[in-house]
Design a protein around this ligand. Structure first.
Ligand code: ADP
Ligand code: MG
Length: 480
């Protein structure tokens, strides 16, 4: 087997008639089990359409999958410690803060609440560490670490079951044993519930911070259903930042009061990008929540720890050792890093800049943003660097070596697309979910809770599923 291509779990192509039939079954399964989304073009709250998915689970080496799972608690703890190191965050972000208003607004909130005195020292992290495999050797490399609104834990928990049904329909029952279970949804919700219990106020509520319009509604609602099912005493309320501005207040104990009840946990599914703060009201709401005694998921310092700039700084010599010691863990974490470079105005920054201008294809240029669609690739890297070369703005970007994952053939099933779809070359990105709860001095829980796989056309730069580029998937583990 060539290293740049992995064999699909089923010999392909499938015969046309078989393909058409199994896709129809799979689509119905998806619709009836919430593998769905709202239509962006014809938005209608009464209608859910299928989320894009791949017809067959994508191959993934078992050893690399297990490695990612084993590393998750180490990464959770690393990010927790980074978030509580004020000096490190300040030094790491200082240049970006000068030119990046969004990050600087977040940072200002953090400084403000610190100066006032932290009301709630506990943070809740529902994290997701993302990986691509490097095709030369098929080893995982970290793409990024998400500390806010890490999505698709819920829908992807249903996918092993969907793929088992598809494989059974194809008469391939023997393949099923290669598919790991995924309990991300219950694991993530257990984190919210544990934080709720640590808050310890009977009758308090959980607040989900949501967008004005939620297209990825299934993924969010499943969390609510799960919490309601396991803990009927916990009420979940969904509000936008603007509604939080209008409908909440802090009482004299700094409790966040909503509909007459104290908020125990605030879970952000929005609030990670500038467009989600169209006015000062949203920022005021964020500040109010941060000032309150509610346990935030994430707290503002968790969000700052999740910036690309921090990711780059952690790749500098000695940084990991500072947080997790010089033992085996540091080596294992370093192993998943790929080349990460600052573009600050210093010798290293100049060197990185020249290197990328000379060989742009080898790199991805990333601003301090989340949510997909913000990075630059190929010629755009060179153009942007030539433009930014003498501008202070360049400090808000990092440069990352481009990871080239192995290809696999497969079919992508999309809403409204012709059936059968063409057989195409695909690449997959693995996400591992982690839960952590703790204060600066004490960690109450730290677990790996599940995974997600999303797959995109091999020639697409990015594969966000909510953005319409990627397709939901589940790993088919290979013993290579
Ligand atoms: P965001 O926070 O916007 O999701 P990411 O860093 O996760 O930003 O990048 C978005 C997508 O771009 C990833 O899911 C991946 O498909 C692609 N990507 C990011 N970094 C790299 C890289 N170093 N090599 C190859 N592809 C990358
Ligand atoms: Mg990402």
């Amino acid at each position: 087997m060539s290293q740049s291509r992995l064999a699909s779990c089923v010999p392909l192509p499938l015969e046309n008639k078989v393909l058409v039939e199994v896709i129809e079954k799979a689509k119905d399964w998806a619709l009836m089990h919430g593998v769905g989304m709202r239509d962006k073009k014809h938005f209608n709250k009464d209608v859910i359409q299928i989320a894009p998915f791949v017809l067959l689970p994508s191959p993934f080496p078992r050893t690399e999958f297990n490695k990612a799972i084993e590393l998750q608690p180490v990464l959770n703890e690393l990010m927790h410690k980074v978030a509580h190191d004020e000096r490190f965050l300040e030094q790491t972000l200082q240049n970006a803060l000068q030119v990046d208003e969004f990050t600087s607004n977040l940072y200002d909130i953090w400084v403000k609440v610190r100066n006032e005195g932290i009301t709630q020292s506990l943070s809740l992290g529902l994290f997701r560490s993302d990986y691509l495999m490097q095709r030369d050797g098929n080893k995982i490399k970290q793409v990024e670490f998400n500390t806010i609104a890490s999505s698709f834990g819920a829908i992807t928990s249903n996918l092993p079951s969907m793929f088992r049904y598809i494989l059974r329909s194809l008469g391939m029952v023997d393949k099923i044993k290669h598919m790991p279970e995924n309990r991300a949804l219950s694991g993530l919700c257990a984190g919210i519930i544990e934080a709720y219990d640590l808050f310890g106020v009977p009758g308090s509520v959980v607040l989900f911070v949501v967008e004005e319009v939620s297209y990825n509604i299934c993924d969010q609602r499943f969390h609510e259903f799960q919490i309601s099912e396991t803990r009927p005493d916990i009420q979940v309320i969904r509000k936008t930042l603007n509604e939080i501005y209008e409908e909440t207040e802090l009482n004299d104990k700094k409790q966040l009061i909503l509909e007459g009840k104290a908020v125990a946990v605030v879970y952000y599914r929005s609030g990670y990008e500038p467009a989600q703060y169209p006015s000062s009201r949203e920022w005021d709401a964020r500040l109010r929540v941060e000032r309150s005694s509610a346990i935030k998921c994430p707290s503002i310092h968790y969000q700052l720890a999740g910036t690309k700039k921090v990711q780059q700084a952690l790749a500098l010599p000695g940084a990991l050792e500072k947080f997790i010691g010089a033992g085996a863990s540091s080596g294992r974490v370093r192993d998943i890093f790929t080349g990460l470079y600052s573009l600050d105005f210093d010798e290293a920054g100049e060197r990185a800049l020249e290197m990328a201008i000379a060989d742009a294809e080898r790199f991805v240029l990333k601003p301090q943003r989340e949510g997909g669609g913000n990075n630059l690739y190929g010629d755009d890297v060179r153009d942007a660097l030539l433009r930014l070369r003498h501008s202070r703005e360049r400090a808000a970007y990092i440069l990352m070596e481009r990871i080239l994952p192995p290809l696999v053939s497969g079919y992508v099933v999309r809403p409204g697309a012709p059936v059968p779809p063409p057989l195409t070359d695909l690449v997959s990105e693995l996400g591992i979910f982690g839960v952590i709860i703790g204060t600066k001095d004490k960690i109450y829980c730290n677990r790996q809770v599940g995974h997600m796989l999303r797959t995109k056309l091999a020639d697409a730069n990015e594969g966000g599923v909510a953005a319409g580029l990627g397709a939901l998937d589940s790993p088919y583990l290979l013993d290579m």
